[in-house]
Design a protein around this ligand. Structure first.
Ligand SMILES: Nc1ncnc2c1ncn2[C@@H]1O[C@H](COP(=O)(O)OP(=O)(O)OP(=O)(O)O)[C@@H](O)[C@H]1O
Ligand SMILES: [Mg+2]
Length: 355
Protein backbone atom coordinates (compact mmCIF):
# COMPACT_ATOMS: atom_id res chain seq x y z
CA UNK A 1 0.00 0.00 0.00
CA UNK A 2 1.26 3.49 -0.82
CA UNK A 3 1.94 5.37 2.37
CA UNK A 4 0.53 8.61 1.03
CA UNK A 5 -2.81 6.96 0.36
CA UNK A 6 -3.27 6.41 4.09
CA UNK A 7 -2.76 9.95 5.13
CA UNK A 8 -6.26 11.37 4.72
CA UNK A 9 -8.03 8.51 6.42
CA UNK A 10 -5.67 8.45 9.41
CA UNK A 11 -5.89 12.20 9.76
CA UNK A 12 -9.64 12.25 9.33
CA UNK A 13 -10.24 9.49 11.80
CA UNK A 14 -7.90 11.01 14.37
CA UNK A 15 -9.88 14.18 14.01
CA UNK A 16 -13.22 12.43 14.22
CA UNK A 17 -11.98 10.68 17.37
CA UNK A 18 -11.21 14.07 18.84
CA UNK A 19 -14.21 16.01 17.73
CA UNK A 20 -17.22 13.75 17.44
CA UNK A 21 -18.48 10.31 18.18
CA UNK A 22 -20.30 8.42 15.46
CA UNK A 23 -19.98 5.87 12.69
CA UNK A 24 -20.13 2.10 13.04
CA UNK A 25 -16.80 1.90 14.87
CA UNK A 26 -18.07 4.10 17.70
CA UNK A 27 -21.60 2.76 18.11
CA UNK A 28 -22.33 1.53 21.62
CA UNK A 29 -24.44 -1.63 22.06
CA UNK A 30 -26.27 -1.99 25.36
CA UNK A 31 -27.45 -5.61 25.12
CA UNK A 32 -26.80 -7.83 28.13
CA UNK A 33 -26.33 -11.61 28.24
CA UNK A 34 -28.87 -14.27 27.25
CA UNK A 35 -29.16 -17.64 29.03
CA UNK A 36 -26.89 -19.14 26.36
CA UNK A 37 -24.32 -16.39 26.93
CA UNK A 38 -24.28 -17.10 30.66
CA UNK A 39 -23.64 -20.78 29.96
CA UNK A 40 -20.87 -20.00 27.46
CA UNK A 41 -19.33 -17.64 29.98
CA UNK A 42 -19.27 -20.31 32.68
CA UNK A 43 -17.57 -22.65 30.18
CA UNK A 44 -15.06 -19.96 29.26
CA UNK A 45 -14.15 -19.22 32.87
CA UNK A 46 -13.67 -22.92 33.59
CA UNK A 47 -11.53 -23.27 30.48
CA UNK A 48 -9.24 -20.42 31.59
CA UNK A 49 -8.78 -21.95 35.04
CA UNK A 50 -8.18 -25.43 33.58
CA UNK A 51 -5.61 -23.97 31.18
CA UNK A 52 -3.52 -22.85 34.16
CA UNK A 53 -3.81 -19.11 33.52
CA UNK A 54 -4.25 -18.13 37.17
CA UNK A 55 -1.51 -18.15 39.78
CA UNK A 56 -1.99 -19.92 43.11
CA UNK A 57 -2.69 -18.01 46.30
CA UNK A 58 0.73 -18.99 47.53
CA UNK A 59 2.40 -17.45 44.48
CA UNK A 60 0.28 -14.29 44.82
CA UNK A 61 1.40 -13.93 48.44
CA UNK A 62 5.02 -14.41 47.47
CA UNK A 63 4.77 -11.62 44.89
CA UNK A 64 3.27 -9.33 47.52
CA UNK A 65 6.05 -10.17 49.92
CA UNK A 66 8.71 -9.52 47.25
CA UNK A 67 7.12 -6.17 46.35
CA UNK A 68 7.10 -5.23 50.04
CA UNK A 69 10.83 -6.05 50.28
CA UNK A 70 11.69 -4.00 47.19
CA UNK A 71 9.66 -1.11 48.56
CA UNK A 72 11.76 -1.20 51.75
CA UNK A 73 14.98 -1.39 49.73
CA UNK A 74 14.23 1.68 47.58
CA UNK A 75 13.07 3.68 50.61
CA UNK A 76 16.30 2.87 52.47
CA UNK A 77 18.33 3.70 49.34
CA UNK A 78 16.77 7.18 49.03
CA UNK A 79 17.23 7.86 52.75
CA UNK A 80 20.87 6.87 52.58
CA UNK A 81 21.47 9.16 49.59
CA UNK A 82 19.68 12.04 51.33
CA UNK A 83 22.02 11.67 54.30
CA UNK A 84 25.11 11.38 52.09
CA UNK A 85 24.18 14.55 50.20
CA UNK A 86 24.20 16.53 53.46
CA UNK A 87 20.49 17.35 53.70
CA UNK A 88 19.04 18.27 57.11
CA UNK A 89 17.96 15.61 59.61
CA UNK A 90 14.35 16.53 58.91
CA UNK A 91 14.84 15.94 55.17
CA UNK A 92 16.47 12.60 55.91
CA UNK A 93 13.50 11.75 58.12
CA UNK A 94 11.01 12.65 55.37
CA UNK A 95 13.00 11.25 52.43
CA UNK A 96 10.92 8.77 50.47
CA UNK A 97 10.54 6.65 47.35
CA UNK A 98 7.27 5.10 46.23
CA UNK A 99 6.86 1.85 44.32
CA UNK A 100 4.07 1.38 41.75
CA UNK A 101 3.23 -1.64 39.66
CA UNK A 102 2.05 -1.59 36.06
CA UNK A 103 1.79 -4.02 33.12
CA UNK A 104 -0.16 -7.25 33.39
CA UNK A 105 0.30 -7.47 37.17
CA UNK A 106 -1.29 -4.07 37.73
CA UNK A 107 -4.08 -4.84 35.27
CA UNK A 108 -4.76 -8.08 37.14
CA UNK A 109 -4.24 -10.40 34.16
CA UNK A 110 -0.84 -11.92 34.90
CA UNK A 111 -0.37 -15.65 34.81
CA UNK A 112 1.88 -17.87 36.94
CA UNK A 113 5.54 -16.98 36.47
CA UNK A 114 4.84 -13.60 34.78
CA UNK A 115 7.22 -10.72 35.45
CA UNK A 116 6.18 -7.85 37.70
CA UNK A 117 6.62 -4.46 36.04
CA UNK A 118 7.42 -1.91 38.72
CA UNK A 119 8.27 1.78 38.81
CA UNK A 120 10.14 3.52 41.60
CA UNK A 121 9.39 7.24 41.91
CA UNK A 122 12.08 9.19 43.75
CA UNK A 123 12.86 12.82 44.61
CA UNK A 124 14.47 15.39 42.31
CA UNK A 125 17.98 14.97 43.71
CA UNK A 126 18.15 11.19 43.14
CA UNK A 127 19.03 10.58 39.50
CA UNK A 128 18.76 7.62 37.19
CA UNK A 129 22.24 7.54 35.63
CA UNK A 130 24.30 7.13 38.80
CA UNK A 131 22.05 6.78 41.81
CA UNK A 132 19.76 4.19 40.25
CA UNK A 133 21.98 2.38 37.77
CA UNK A 134 25.15 2.38 39.91
CA UNK A 135 24.34 2.82 43.61
CA UNK A 136 21.04 0.93 43.77
CA UNK A 137 22.41 -1.59 41.28
CA UNK A 138 25.37 -2.32 43.58
CA UNK A 139 23.10 -2.60 46.61
CA UNK A 140 20.97 -5.18 44.77
CA UNK A 141 24.02 -7.01 43.44
CA UNK A 142 25.15 -7.63 47.05
CA UNK A 143 21.86 -9.22 48.13
CA UNK A 144 21.61 -12.95 48.02
CA UNK A 145 17.88 -12.83 47.23
CA UNK A 146 18.74 -11.06 43.97
CA UNK A 147 19.83 -13.07 40.91
CA UNK A 148 20.21 -12.43 37.17
CA UNK A 149 20.65 -8.68 37.74
CA UNK A 150 20.79 -6.94 34.38
CA UNK A 151 20.79 -3.16 34.00
CA UNK A 152 19.58 -1.80 30.64
CA UNK A 153 20.26 1.96 30.92
CA UNK A 154 20.20 2.68 27.17
CA UNK A 155 16.78 1.20 26.41
CA UNK A 156 13.91 3.41 25.11
CA UNK A 157 12.58 2.94 28.63
CA UNK A 158 15.63 2.35 30.88
CA UNK A 159 15.11 -0.66 33.13
CA UNK A 160 16.84 -2.83 35.70
CA UNK A 161 15.88 -6.48 35.33
CA UNK A 162 16.41 -9.04 38.07
CA UNK A 163 14.88 -11.88 39.98
CA UNK A 164 14.08 -11.45 43.65
CA UNK A 165 13.54 -14.77 45.44
CA UNK A 166 12.89 -16.21 41.98
CA UNK A 167 10.24 -13.63 40.95
CA UNK A 168 11.12 -11.70 37.76
CA UNK A 169 11.10 -7.95 38.26
CA UNK A 170 11.41 -5.14 35.71
CA UNK A 171 12.24 -2.03 37.74
CA UNK A 172 12.04 1.46 36.20
CA UNK A 173 13.00 4.70 37.88
CA UNK A 174 11.52 8.21 37.62
CA UNK A 175 12.89 11.22 39.46
CA UNK A 176 10.13 13.85 39.77
CA UNK A 177 10.50 17.53 40.56
CA UNK A 178 9.67 17.24 44.27
CA UNK A 179 12.10 17.18 47.19
CA UNK A 180 9.84 14.83 49.11
CA UNK A 181 7.73 12.19 47.34
CA UNK A 182 4.47 11.72 49.26
CA UNK A 183 3.51 8.12 49.99
CA UNK A 184 0.05 8.79 48.49
CA UNK A 185 1.42 10.33 45.27
CA UNK A 186 -1.27 10.44 42.56
CA UNK A 187 0.57 9.36 39.47
CA UNK A 188 -2.45 10.06 37.24
CA UNK A 189 -2.13 13.76 38.00
CA UNK A 190 -0.31 15.56 35.19
CA UNK A 191 1.71 17.57 37.71
CA UNK A 192 4.11 14.60 37.98
CA UNK A 193 5.21 15.42 34.41
CA UNK A 194 6.45 18.93 35.32
CA UNK A 195 10.10 19.53 34.54
CA UNK A 196 10.98 15.95 33.67
CA UNK A 197 12.68 14.62 30.54
CA UNK A 198 11.08 12.36 27.92
CA UNK A 199 12.68 9.19 29.28
CA UNK A 200 11.07 9.94 32.63
CA UNK A 201 7.71 10.61 30.95
CA UNK A 202 7.96 7.21 29.26
CA UNK A 203 8.91 5.57 32.56
CA UNK A 204 5.95 7.17 34.35
CA UNK A 205 3.55 6.41 31.56
CA UNK A 206 3.38 2.63 31.95
CA UNK A 207 1.64 3.22 35.29
CA UNK A 208 -0.41 6.16 34.09
CA UNK A 209 -1.66 4.12 31.11
CA UNK A 210 -2.58 1.12 33.28
CA UNK A 211 -4.55 3.42 35.63
CA UNK A 212 -6.40 5.02 32.74
CA UNK A 213 -7.27 1.68 31.14
CA UNK A 214 -8.85 0.52 34.39
CA UNK A 215 -10.74 3.83 34.69
CA UNK A 216 -12.07 3.68 31.13
CA UNK A 217 -13.59 0.19 31.15
CA UNK A 218 -17.17 -0.14 32.40
CA UNK A 219 -16.57 -3.43 34.25
CA UNK A 220 -13.02 -4.24 35.33
CA UNK A 221 -13.64 -7.93 36.10
CA UNK A 222 -15.23 -8.58 32.71
CA UNK A 223 -12.37 -6.74 31.04
CA UNK A 224 -9.83 -8.89 32.89
CA UNK A 225 -11.40 -12.20 31.98
CA UNK A 226 -11.81 -11.26 28.31
CA UNK A 227 -8.23 -9.99 28.17
CA UNK A 228 -6.83 -13.14 29.78
CA UNK A 229 -8.66 -15.18 27.19
CA UNK A 230 -7.51 -13.06 24.24
CA UNK A 231 -3.87 -12.93 25.39
CA UNK A 232 -3.95 -16.73 25.64
CA UNK A 233 -5.51 -16.94 22.18
CA UNK A 234 -2.93 -14.50 20.71
CA UNK A 235 -0.04 -16.54 22.14
CA UNK A 236 -1.52 -19.75 20.72
CA UNK A 237 -1.99 -18.12 17.31
CA UNK A 238 1.57 -16.75 17.26
CA UNK A 239 0.59 -13.06 17.24
CA UNK A 240 1.69 -12.09 20.76
CA UNK A 241 4.99 -10.24 20.66
CA UNK A 242 5.91 -6.59 20.34
CA UNK A 243 9.45 -7.16 19.13
CA UNK A 244 8.43 -9.24 16.12
CA UNK A 245 5.91 -6.65 14.90
CA UNK A 246 2.79 -8.15 16.44
CA UNK A 247 1.11 -6.90 19.62
CA UNK A 248 2.26 -7.11 23.24
CA UNK A 249 0.43 -6.98 26.55
CA UNK A 250 -0.52 -3.30 26.55
CA UNK A 251 -1.75 -3.38 22.93
CA UNK A 252 -4.06 -6.32 23.53
CA UNK A 253 -5.28 -4.62 26.71
CA UNK A 254 -6.20 -1.48 24.78
CA UNK A 255 -7.98 -3.41 22.01
CA UNK A 256 -10.03 -5.34 24.55
CA UNK A 257 -10.76 -2.20 26.61
CA UNK A 258 -12.23 -0.50 23.51
CA UNK A 259 -14.56 -3.46 22.93
CA UNK A 260 -15.60 -3.27 26.60
CA UNK A 261 -16.56 0.37 26.04
CA UNK A 262 -18.59 -0.49 22.93
CA UNK A 263 -20.45 -3.32 24.74
CA UNK A 264 -20.76 -2.01 28.32
CA UNK A 265 -23.21 -4.71 29.46
CA UNK A 266 -21.55 -7.68 27.79
CA UNK A 267 -20.04 -10.50 29.85
CA UNK A 268 -16.59 -11.96 28.96
CA UNK A 269 -17.76 -14.66 26.52
CA UNK A 270 -19.70 -11.99 24.61
CA UNK A 271 -16.73 -9.61 24.71
CA UNK A 272 -14.50 -12.26 23.12
CA UNK A 273 -16.82 -12.83 20.17
CA UNK A 274 -17.50 -9.08 19.79
CA UNK A 275 -13.74 -8.52 19.86
CA UNK A 276 -13.30 -10.67 16.76
CA UNK A 277 -16.24 -9.03 15.04
CA UNK A 278 -15.09 -5.48 15.78
CA UNK A 279 -11.52 -6.05 14.61
CA UNK A 280 -12.52 -8.11 11.58
CA UNK A 281 -14.51 -5.06 10.44
CA UNK A 282 -12.07 -2.37 11.65
CA UNK A 283 -10.74 -0.14 8.91
CA UNK A 284 -7.08 0.24 9.76
CA UNK A 285 -5.29 2.64 9.99
CA UNK A 286 -8.21 4.23 11.82
CA UNK A 287 -6.87 4.52 15.36
CA UNK A 288 -8.24 2.61 18.34
CA UNK A 289 -8.63 5.09 21.21
CA UNK A 290 -10.26 4.88 24.63
CA UNK A 291 -10.58 8.67 24.92
CA UNK A 292 -9.85 11.78 22.86
CA UNK A 293 -6.22 12.78 22.45
CA UNK A 294 -5.59 15.85 24.62
CA UNK A 295 -2.94 18.46 23.97
CA UNK A 296 -1.39 20.15 26.99
CA UNK A 297 0.67 23.20 27.80
CA UNK A 298 3.48 20.90 28.93
CA UNK A 299 4.13 20.44 25.23
CA UNK A 300 5.21 16.79 25.02
CA UNK A 301 4.67 15.32 21.53
CA UNK A 302 1.38 13.40 21.18
CA UNK A 303 0.34 11.09 18.35
CA UNK A 304 -1.01 13.30 15.59
CA UNK A 305 -0.75 12.21 11.96
CA UNK A 306 -1.90 15.64 10.81
CA UNK A 307 1.22 17.21 12.32
CA UNK A 308 3.80 14.42 12.38
CA UNK A 309 4.63 12.72 9.07
CA UNK A 310 6.10 9.77 10.98
CA UNK A 311 2.73 9.04 12.60
CA UNK A 312 1.21 8.64 9.14
CA UNK A 313 3.36 5.56 8.60
CA UNK A 314 1.65 3.66 11.41
CA UNK A 315 -0.46 0.80 10.06
CA UNK A 316 -2.35 -0.19 13.20
CA UNK A 317 -2.52 2.78 15.57
CA UNK A 318 -3.55 1.79 19.11
CA UNK A 319 -3.34 4.94 21.17
CA UNK A 320 -2.42 5.06 24.86
CA UNK A 321 -5.02 6.87 27.00
CA UNK A 322 -2.72 8.92 29.30
CA UNK A 323 -1.14 12.25 28.34
CA UNK A 324 1.03 12.38 26.26
CA UNK A 325 -0.97 9.92 24.11
CA UNK A 326 1.22 7.80 21.85
CA UNK A 327 0.79 4.96 19.44
CA UNK A 328 1.68 1.79 21.33
CA UNK A 329 1.88 -0.28 18.12
CA UNK A 330 4.41 1.51 15.95
CA UNK A 331 6.18 -1.83 15.33
CA UNK A 332 3.31 -3.28 13.28
CA UNK A 333 4.12 -3.63 9.55
CA UNK A 334 1.83 -4.23 6.59
CA UNK A 335 2.63 -7.93 6.66
CA UNK A 336 2.16 -8.46 10.42
CA UNK A 337 -1.09 -6.49 10.21
CA UNK A 338 -2.26 -8.79 7.42
CA UNK A 339 -1.48 -11.86 9.54
CA UNK A 340 -3.40 -10.41 12.49
CA UNK A 341 -6.42 -9.55 10.35
CA UNK A 342 -6.47 -13.15 9.08
CA UNK A 343 -6.39 -14.34 12.66
CA UNK A 344 -9.23 -12.00 13.65
CA UNK A 345 -11.27 -13.36 10.75
CA UNK A 346 -10.50 -16.90 11.81
CA UNK A 347 -11.55 -16.09 15.40
CA UNK A 348 -14.72 -14.44 14.12
CA UNK A 349 -15.67 -17.46 12.01
CA UNK A 350 -15.02 -19.81 14.92
CA UNK A 351 -17.29 -17.76 17.21
CA UNK A 352 -20.03 -17.54 14.56
CA UNK A 353 -20.00 -21.32 14.04
CA UNK A 354 -20.20 -22.04 17.76
CA UNK A 355 -23.14 -19.68 18.07
N1 LIG B 1 4.90 -0.28 22.86
C1 LIG B 1 4.58 0.19 24.07
N2 LIG B 1 3.94 1.37 24.19
C2 LIG B 1 3.58 1.85 25.38
N3 LIG B 1 3.83 1.20 26.54
C3 LIG B 1 4.46 0.03 26.49
C4 LIG B 1 4.88 -0.56 25.25
N4 LIG B 1 5.47 -1.74 25.53
C5 LIG B 1 5.43 -1.89 26.86
N5 LIG B 1 4.84 -0.84 27.45
C6 LIG B 1 4.56 -0.65 28.88
O1 LIG B 1 5.26 -1.59 29.64
C7 LIG B 1 4.33 -2.45 30.31
C8 LIG B 1 4.93 -3.81 30.48
O2 LIG B 1 5.19 -4.41 29.24
P1 LIG B 1 5.09 -5.98 29.09
O3 LIG B 1 5.65 -6.30 27.75
O4 LIG B 1 5.65 -6.65 30.30
O5 LIG B 1 3.52 -6.19 28.99
P2 LIG B 1 2.46 -6.72 30.03
O6 LIG B 1 1.20 -5.91 29.79
O7 LIG B 1 2.99 -6.72 31.41
O8 LIG B 1 2.18 -8.18 29.50
P3 LIG B 1 2.94 -9.55 29.83
O9 LIG B 1 1.87 -10.39 30.44
O10 LIG B 1 3.36 -10.04 28.48
O11 LIG B 1 4.11 -9.24 30.74
C9 LIG B 1 3.08 -2.39 29.46
O12 LIG B 1 1.90 -2.76 30.13
C10 LIG B 1 3.08 -0.92 29.10
O13 LIG B 1 2.61 -0.14 30.15
MG1 LIG C 1 4.84 -7.58 32.09
Amino acid sequence: MVVGSQTPSVAASAQSGNKRKGGAANKVFLAGPSEADLQRNADLEKFLVDSGLYETEEEAEKRQEVLGRIDQIVKAWVKQLTRLRGYTDQMVEEANAVLFTFGSYRLGVHGPGADVDTLCVGPSYVNREEDFFIILHDLLADMEEVTELQPVPDAHVPVMKFKFLGISIDLLYASISLLVVPEELDISNESVLHQVDEQTVRSLNGCRVADQILKHVPNVEHFRTALRCLKFWAKRRGVYSNVTGFLGGVNWALLVARVCQLYPNAIPSMLVSRFFRVYTLWRWPNPVMLCPIEEDELGFPVWDPRKNPRDRLHHMPIITPAYPCMNSSYNVSISTLRVMIEQFQFGNKTCEVSG
